[in-house]
Design a protein around this ligand. Structure first.
Ligand SMILES: C[S@@+](CC[C@H](N)C(=O)[O-])C[C@H]1O[C@@H](n2cnc3c(N)ncnc32)[C@H](O)[C@@H]1O
Length: 355
């Protein structure tokens, strides 16, 4: 199927009634609400889609980025999401864009296998949860809605209920401390264990109540925010998924022979430091590898990390902590686009500090 995606480039249809489709798509979602894509214009500016190019939307969610890419020009999008609840939305997009769109229900941590033999020019990741996951109480992601303690994006594997009710106090503490960067992790884990000896903690509101009884309220954030973030990251193995995906892209890029994957733009939208740090470390590793190897270069597309405007934060408060990075992997060096050693002087732009 992925090989077919490359062939399909030759069968592109002309861009037609894009704006009408866009309106219909969002109208179609209006009964269940909608996800507002974060930093959308910045994502498009970083990917610079052109006719017949192929892009990977590794976190389809509400399809906001996918739809905008397909509307921007006559390009192709291969979208991935691990949540089967995205399937009806993916079907909507397929009905509207036909062969220009493909969808894979899978984890992006498997990208190295999923994208084998796919020629693509850009890939985007919008980490974290979607509007739909947060708004559906039964998914158990939100401390504002009463639902079962679940939090599994793929609806498989251990749930937040299992972690909260069966893990040792020491392990709970580690999870809350590491993935929530929560300084009250010791007290919270104690309180959880004490509470569950009376009755298992079954719902999001029960857990939120325990955490709120421990963490003092300060600022606009709910005291349960960090604990919920920690459990969600743990249950979904989110950080490992990001590491595997980025490493997989690097390997695919290096293994493919020209002209496939000569140049890839990797765009990430991170919502907290734990995600962003992985992206930064991966970029540094790729930069170092490029210096050693000499047959490719790595550079940042924007001098600075992109963050939302005040207006976007006002319109969509969820965007407030978003940080967009765009990194380009390109075969050939600045001096010799075919193949040469990395330039020694002046210092490659990719190693200048920006943030
Ligand atoms: C923030 S939403 C994306 C929203 C999307 N950019 C839009 O504009 O509608 C994140 C999506 O990524 C998915 N996701 C998170 N981790 C994933 C993973 N490791 N593999 C595949 N999908 C993942 C979630 O299920 C969720 O639907």
């Amino acid at each position: 199927m992925f090989k077919n995606l490359n062939k399909l480039q030759g069968r592109a249809t002309k861009k037609t009634r894009a704006s009408k489709r866009r309106a219909a798509f969002f109208e179609g979602q209006s009964t269940e609400g909608t996800h507002t894509p974060v930093l959308l214009q910045e994502v498009l500016a970083a990917l610079e889609p052109k006719d017949l190019e192929t892009f990977v939307d590794a976190t389809f969610g509400g399809g906001g980025y996918t739809q905008a890419l397909l509307d921007a020009c006559n390009c192709f999008v291969l979208a991935i999401d691990r949540d089967k609840e995205t399937l009806p939305r993916a079907n909507n997009v397929f009905e509207r864009y036909g062969s220009r769109f493909r969808f894979l229900l899978s984890s992006f941590g498997r990208i190295k296998f999923l994208l084998k033999d796919v020629a693509f020019q850009g890939i985007v990741f919008d980490f974290g949860t979607s509007f739909f996951q947060l708004e559906t109480a039964e998914r158990g992601f939100s401390f504002q809605k009463d639902g079962p303690l679940d939090m599994r994006m793929s609806q498989e594997g251990i749930s937040a209920f299992d972690v909260v009710n069966t893990f040792l106090q020491e392990d709970l503490k580690k999870i809350i401390q590491t993935y929530g960067e929560e300084r009250f992790s010791e007290k919270i884990s104690h309180a959880i264990v004490k509470e569950r000896t009376k009755n298992p903690l079954r719902t999001t509101l029960e857990l939120a109540q325990v955490v709120r009884s421990i963490v003092p309220k300060s600022g606009p954030l709910d005291p349960a925010t960090k604990t919920f973030q920690a459990l969600r990251i743990f249950v979904n193995n989110e950080l490992r998924e990001i590491e595997q995906a980025l490493m997989g892209i690097g390997e695919l890029f290096l293994e493919q022979q020209p002209p496939i994957l000569d140049k890839i733009t990797v765009v990430t939208v991170a919502f907290h430091a734990l995600e962003d740090r992985i992206v930064k470390n991966w970029t540094r590793t790729m930069e170092a590898q490029a210096l050693l190897d000499g047959s490719f270069q790595v550079y940042k597309k924007n001098a600075k990390v992109r963050t939302p405007s005040l207006q976007e934060i006002q319109d969509n408060p969820r965007s407030r902590s978003a940080r967009l990075r765009a990194v380009v992997l390109e075969k050939g060096s600045e001096k010799n686009p075919q193949k040469s050693r990395a330039p020694q002087s002046p210092r490659p732009q990719s190693l200048r500090k920006d943030s």
